[in-house]
Design a protein around this ligand. Structure first.
Ligand SMILES: Nc1ncnc2c1ncn2[C@@H]1O[C@H](COP(=O)(O)OP(=O)(O)O)[C@@H](O)[C@H]1O
Ligand SMILES: O=C(OP(=O)(O)O)[C@H](O)COP(=O)(O)O
Length: 395
């Protein structure tokens, strides 16, 4: 696998696909710069080699060239993070972009305009990818968050750099982290899956059962399993059409010697509201009119014990409705347990949508081994899918 360290970028122009799809507020200021900070090591390595960087990214899902989606909006934040001046060109292909790239001196950084201002980007258009490829000498893909998209700049472009393409440090680190869980992780390996829906996690469960020793099924998705096994779940969320599948998964887990942990008690609420009345009840006996919204104290204790025994931990999905303060305890305590296990030497990976939001909100970001920068890309990796952006570099 060709990595950044296999290249010396002296006097070379690196064309780097980054994922600067970052959240902006009403004033179009960056509110979470994680993805920019994560791309910094790659950019600095190239500049220190004596090369220059041409950065290309998408931002949001614009319908055309909309100013609110311009990458000009992130230039200030990018300069603050990198500590170097960033030139911006309001084009990504054509004469203007080519002139800006040609004028770039070693040590300089150029940011191109939003790739998705051209519909050819998401269409994976080959001619558009070829136009982009003219801008640099070496293609570096560091956009893990977009690696599951077979777009012009993430995938198609690689064919124009048969001998001069590689992963950036971030993408390399993301691949290594997933491999640590799925291939090389020290046993016992624990996967914690929570969140709202079983249907969005089924492929992941099926793919990881061969690789793990323990599986915690928490959050809203647990109730489909509880009901399928004959429990009374009151008004808790449930996917009735997935109950049969839930039983099948439990059977498969047993055959594969995976120990499954489902909450034994829950915090039940009489309304889906932070101010609702609550009581702790047996998960198999939730009264009519009440719904399970967080893991109960006995479950939290059991989960803590499982986490503390594990040497490799994957966490995707909250254990309760963590957005409401009253129902965040299960998720916070789990985060604390994972932080403690990590401190004791376990490897912990957190990834996928809301889990990362929860980890950031409760301050666990620096207490786990790795927090993925990819939502959809991480989930697809866990499902065992080959990401096109990664495959294009390996080919
Ligand atoms: N018991 C529950 N009842 C209803 N919703 C829940 C419950 N537990 C967790 N959730 C919700 O699940 C959502 C996250 O689900 P999901 O998108 O599958 O997770 P992720 O984004 O981490 O993959 C959160 O918004 C959370 O409020
Ligand atoms: O933020 C992203 O995806 P994510 O929200 O699943 O992490 C990526 O930049 C991909 O964006 P897209 O889903 O519009 O292709």
């Amino acid at each position: 696998m060709k990595t950044l360290n296999d290249f010396n970028f002296e006097n070379k122009k690196a064309l780097i696909r980054v994922d600067f799809n970052v959240p902006l507020n009403d004033k179009l200021e960056v509110t979470d710069n994680t993805r920019i900070v994560s791309a910094k090591p790659t950019i600095i390595k190239i500049l220190e080699d004596g090369g220059s960087c041409i950065l290309m990214s998408h931002l949001g899902r614009p319908k055309g060239a909309e100013e609110a989606f311009s990458l000009r909006n992130i230039v200030n934040e990018l300069e603050n993070v990198l500590g170097v001046e960033v030139k911006f060109v309001d084009a990504c292909v054509g004469d203007k972009a080519e002139a800006a790239a040609a004028n770039l001196e070693p040590g300089q950084v150029l940011l191109l305009e939003n790739l998705r201002f051209h519909k050819e980007e998401t269409a994976g258009d080959k001619a558009f990818a070829e136009q982009l490829s003219k801008l640099g000498d070496v293609y570096v893909n560091d956009a893990f968050g977009t690696a599951h998209r077979a777009h012009a700049s993430t995938t198609i472009i690689a064919q124009f750099f048969p001998k001069a393409k590689c992963f950036g440090y971030l993408l390399e680190q993301e691949i290594e982290s997933i491999d640590k869980v799925m291939k090389t992780g020290e046993k016992p390996v624990l996967a914690i899956l929570g969140g709202a829906k079983v249907s969005s996690k089924i492929t992941i469960i099926e793919n990881i059962l061969d690789k793990i020793d323990h599986l915690i099924i928490g959050g809203g998705m647990a109730f489909t399993f509880v009901k399928a096994k004959g429990g009374k779940i009151g008004n808790s969320i449930c996917e009735d059409d997935k109950m049969e599948l839930a039983l099948e998964i439990l059977k498969q887990a047993e055959q594969k010697n995976v120990k499954v942990h489902i909450p034994v008690d829950v915090v039940a609420a009489d309304a889906f509201s932070n101010d609702a009345n609550t009581q702790v009840v047996d998960i198999n006996d939730i009264p009519d009119g009440w719904e399970g919204v967080d893991a109960g104290p006995e479950s939290r204790k059991q989960f803590h014990d499982v986490v503390m025994q594990s040497k490799t931990i994957l966490w995707n999905g909250p254990l309760g409705v963590f957005e409401m303060e009253s129902f965040a305890k299960g998720t916070i305590e789990l985060g604390n347990s994972i932080a403690e296990a990590t401190k004791n030497g376990a490897f912990s990976l957190v990834g996928g949508g809301d889990s990362v939001a929860a980890v950031k909100q409760f301050g666990f970001e620096d207490k786990v081994s790795y927090v993925s920068t990819g939502g959809g890309a991480m989930l697809e990796s866990l499902e065992g899918k080959k990401l096109p952006g990664i495959a294009a570099i390996l080919e």
